[in-house]
Design a protein around this ligand. Structure first.
Ligand code: SER
Length: 340
């Protein structure tokens, strides 16, 4: 008999959390425990075994989970995104860094209590990079994981540091496992590009201009884009992001040559996104009103990332390219969503 896996998702009410709950519950072999400040949407609530409403910073919540469940895998999605973190940097640090440290410590305690490693999946971000100028980022193109790790935002600093914390816990795990075969933390991180979902609009991020542009067009609302037409960063469609997270979680540890992996699917300029939006929604009213601070953040992110390690180590392969993300996923699903 296959033992039912117990999966913990923090930040479960966010964009990625909803899609992840759907995918895990469709696969059917996981019990899902969630934590979020916000209650889950009614559409996904009945797919989870237990929902905790509260903050990852509340020790008693993690203690209760530790006492009640044997967690195999943690998807630690809870975070304040990049724009929001610039408004409240100290809170961002508390949630993004102290929260992650608590979860890593929780994973370690779980691993110790049931003597096998807990897989810890961490969504990092292109915000971990800091390119020195727009001209430079456009010239160097796709960057590798170890290059240009000079984040300019609190969020980016938090993500980069937590990648190192995770590696610290994992290297600790490898040594101890060799000595006494007891499990600790098996940390794996993906540096996500901007994500675009047909189901939800993100909040507090700086790559939000692309999804906002598409959703506004579908709602026949005018949209003032906060970056320039030529601004370029990598993106991917949400189903590919969720597939990637599941694939990395399932990969045999011995196949992984690094703890942090870039992934990407396409890297359009804002004007190229705009053109595709117009194909699907010819009446879209999109203008450009760059916001100095948010533009500066996006301009510090790479124009492209090199994801060859993810492709080689765990067969990362996005289904959607730019054209098909629009024609086969975003336009039909978003049109359906706002019908009437
Ligand atoms: N998409 C995120 C943001 O814009 C970065 O990971 O904050």
């Amino acid at each position: 008999m296959i033992r039912n896996k117990v999966v913990l998702i923090t930040g479960a009410s966010g964009e990625m959390g909803h899609s992840l709950i759907q995918r895990l519950s469709e696969a059917g072999n996981s019990s899902i425990i969630t934590i979020d400040l916000q209650p889950l949407d009614p559409g996904v609530r009945d797919r989870v075994t237990k929902e905790f409403t509260g903050s990852i910073l509340e020790d008693h919540l993690l203690q209760r989970i530790l006492a009640e469940f044997e967690i195999d895998t943690i998807f630690h999605l809870a975070a304040l995104l990049s724009t929001r973190s610039e408004f409240t940097p100290i809170t961002a640090h508390q949630v993004n860094v102290e929260g992650t440290l608590k979860l890593l410590n929780f994973a370690q305690a779980q691993g110790e209590s049931h003597a096998r490693p807990v897989t810890f999946i961490y969504p990092s971000s292109i915000a971990a990079y800091g390119m020195k100028s727009v001209e430079f980022k456009n010239r160097v193109g796709a960057v590798k994981e170890h290059e240009w790790n000079m984040p300019t935002t609190m969020y980016g600093c938090n993500k980069l540091y937590c990648e190192h914390l995770g590696r610290y816990f994992t290297e600790n795990f490898k040594q101890l496992a060799a000595e006494k075969l007891s499990g600790k933390v098996d940390f794996r991180a993906i540096r996500f590009p901007g994500l675009i979902s047909a189901e939800t609009v993100p909040s507090g991020g700086t790559s939000d201009y692309a999804p906002e542009m598409i959703h506004a067009a579908a709602k026949t609302e005018p949209y003032a884009c906060f970056v320039k037409p030529q601004t370029r960063i990598p993106f991917m469609a949400m189903p590919d992001a969720v597939e990637a997270i599941l694939r990395l979680a399932a990969a045999p540890r011995e196949d992984l040559t690094q703890t942090v992996y870039n992934i990407t699917a396409f890297n359009p300029s804002a004007a190229e996104v705009h053109d595709l939006v117009l194909k699907g929604f010819p009446d879209a009213q999109i203008t450009y009103e760059p916001d100095v601070k948010r533009l500066e953040i996006v301009e510090s992110w790479p124009a492209d990332v090199d994801d060859s390690a993810a492709r080689a180590d765990w067969a990362f392969a996005p289904k959607y390219d730019l054209e098909s993300a629009f024609s086969d996923y975003l336009i039909p699903r978003i049109r359906e969503r706002y019908r009437d």
